[in-house]
Design a protein around this ligand. Structure first.
Ligand code: ALL
Length: 331
């Protein structure tokens, strides 16, 4: 992942924004002018219009995804619209965004769904309107998609079980004395959260010294993770290992640990957002997983274009991840 500052990443992202329902206060006028360009009768209108729908730009992971999608827009000449809901938990808003893009008759929707089940009906409606659909990052529930008539939607993302397994292993492999561990989960209805939890449990289970004592959801959110960490520590004051299913929650956990002056809890995150680099370098964060969000965004737009052109797209494209450890950065 290229380490842009959040502001730089957003600035680049905003240059590509055209969705009228885009909810990005940070983008201000950039949104408006890009929007005007989209409807102004320039050559953009002759190019296939692809919508990238993400969860929220509160999380820099999605700024990175948008950056990759914008690269594909430049390289392929499609007309890209990018939209995101206000926050991680604004699931209804994400559904409404899909509805708007259906009304706007885009050619394809590339979506990182906040919820693996709740977004399915909106995407069924998109498909019924002849819109191609590509699923990024968080897999739609295959069984529910089949029952709902969505059928198979090409998926582009990572192997979350494997990556979380590797991160939890890195966190606990060297432990020579008994230790209590906890997991802070994202939104429980998200398939990637469930897979990360499974992977972390497997990774911890490889060391007989580790005892998993708690697994709580903080909905992918920093503040919620700060308070969840506080309550886990109140119940298990001797806790030594904490696996967080994303970096934002790891930052929240680190906020609490700093406030409590606890330096003995080893923490893992997930995403490798630029914001965690100082914590990795100082050793406050032991490990994270780079899931190459920009690559996901780029591949998503390319897959959508192939579908629009009637070309075959693999049912599943797995992006390789990389475990990033504090140890390797400090060498
Ligand atoms: C997931 C992503 C990221 C992210 C999270 C929060 O789908 O894979 O790990 O941090 O969403 O929305």
């Amino acid at each position: 992942m290229i380490h842009l500052s959040r502001r730089a990443a957003l600035a680049r992202t905003c240059a590509a924004l055209v969705a009228p329902i885009l909810l990005l206060p940070a983008c201000g006028d950039a949104t408006q002018s890009a929007d005007a360009a989209g409807s102004g009768g320039d050559t953009r209108n002759d190019r296939p219009r692809i919508a990238l729908v993400m969860k929220t730009l509160d999380n820099p992971f999605f700024a990175e995804m948008a950056r990759g999608a914008a690269t594909a827009e430049r390289d392929t000449g499609v007309n890209l619209s990018i939209a995101a809901a206000r926050s991680e938990t604004s699931i209804d808003q994400q559904i409404a965004i899909v509805g708007n893009f259906i009304d706007e008759k885009v050619a394809a929707i590339v979506i990182a769904p906040s919820d693996s089940v709740k977004l399915v009906p909106a995407l069924v409606a998109a498909k019924a309107a002849g819109i191609k659909v590509v699923n990024l990052d968080n897999r739609l529930d295959p069984e529910f998609a089949r029952q709902s008539g969505l059928g198979t939607v090409p998926f582009i993302g990572i192997d979350n079980v494997r990556a979380a397994h590797a991160a939890a292993h890195a966190l606990s492999a060297d432990l020579g004395t008994p230790a209590e561990a906890a997991i802070i989960e994202g939104i429980r209805n998200a398939a990637n959260n469930q897979a990360r939890k499974l992977g972390a449990i497997k990774g911890f289970a490889e060391n007989a010294n580790v005892r998993l004592v708690a697994s709580e959801s903080a909905n992918w959110l920093r503040d919620e993770a700060a308070s969840t960490t506080r309550s886990i520590l109140a119940a298990y004051p001797g806790l030594k290992l904490l696996f967080c299913a994303n970096d934002m929650m790891a930052l929240g956990a680190l906020d609490t640990l700093a406030r409590l002056e606890r330096t003995d809890v080893v923490v893992a995150g997930f995403d490798n957002i630029p914001e965690v680099e100082p914590a990795l370098r100082s050793g406050r964060l032991a490990v994270t997983v780079d899931q190459r969000a920009a690559e996901m965004g780029r591949k998503g737009v390319e897959a959508a274009l192939n579908l629009i052109r009637g070309q075959a797209v693999p049912a599943e494209t797995i992006i390789e991840t990389r475990v990033v450890t504090s140890r390797e950065l400090r060498r």
